[in-house]
Write a protein that binds this ligand. Structure first.
Ligand code: SF4
Length: 242
């Protein structure tokens, strides 16, 4: 039962295949041919992607990802993301595990949108083919308009989507490595932590944020206030390791 719940989408696809098999057997045969083709392609590509993703996850420090692709990476982060997406190789589904890993390690939602979109529609080898078949002028105009749309989309999605609400993106890593962290998915924005320790917490966008991530052990008064906030937080959303 749990397996079915976890793989709802897969079961739904199976059900559609069954219906097709009964109602339109010829279409069912064609769809299964297409599916088999893609499954074989994925089996060839995905193991390499998973190995690469695991290596980056293990070897590239979180700080490097945050500096290059995080919330505060600014224009540099957007450009890095654009270049990474544009120079990537492989189908778009290969980008998803890479992007999930980057998100977990501190990349911002807007930069992930830029990477995914550039990966999907403006890869360099694709541009070369486009210019060859449709002409350089067509390719250039489409590239400019698509690029503008990508940046606009990145901005809109980053405002509409909360990173903590994304599947499997939690502050677990942050909690493991930081002295102080907030599990934003649990925070109800009551403001108690800000009242108890105004030097450490601030409420912004109805969620608590940390002003100082690493608390110095000498700052005993601050530690006491933070401990009080941890204890009193109604959502148990504050993680603190002194
Ligand atoms: S006390 Fe807890 S729930 Fe309230 S704002 Fe602070 S972290 Fe969020």
């Amino acid at each position: 039962m749990n397996v079915a719940k976890k793989n709802k989408l897969l079961f739904m696809v199976g059900a559609v295949y069954l219906v097709l098999l009964v109602a339109m057997p010829d279409k069912a045969a064609r769809s299964s041919e297409n599916s088999t083709y893609y499954v074989i392609e994925m089996l060839q590509i995905m193991p390499v992607i998973f190995i690469l993703t695991s290596l980056i996850e293990a070897w590239v420090p979180r700080e490097a990802i945050t500096n290059s692709f995080g919330e505060n990476s600014g224009v540099k982060g957007t450009l890095f993301s654009f270049v990474l997406g544009s120079f990537s190789a492989g189908p778009i589904y290969a980008a998803f595990p890479v992007c999930k890993m980057l998100l977990k390690k501190g990349a911002s939602v807007s930069n992930i949108v830029v990477i995914l979109s550039a990966w999907a529609v403006i890869k360099i080898p694709m541009l070369a083919n486009e210019a060859k078949f449709l002409g350089p002028k067509f390719m250039l105009i489409r590239w400019v308009l698509t690029t503008i749309s990508i940046f606009a989309m990145a901005y809109i999605i980053s405002k509409a989507v909360n990173k903590e609400s994304l599947v499997g993106i939690e502050d677990k890593k942050e909690s493991e490595s930081s002295a102080l962290a907030i599990k934003h998915q649990y925070c109800i924005g009551c403001g108690l932590c800000e009242k108890l320790s105004p030097n450490t917490f601030i409420i912004s966008d109805k969620k608590a944020k940390i002003i100082v991530g690493n608390v110095k052990i000498e700052d005993l008064n601050n530690i006491e206030n933070i401990n009080k906030a941890v204890e009193k937080c109604p959502a148990k959303a504050i993680y603190f390791k002194a």
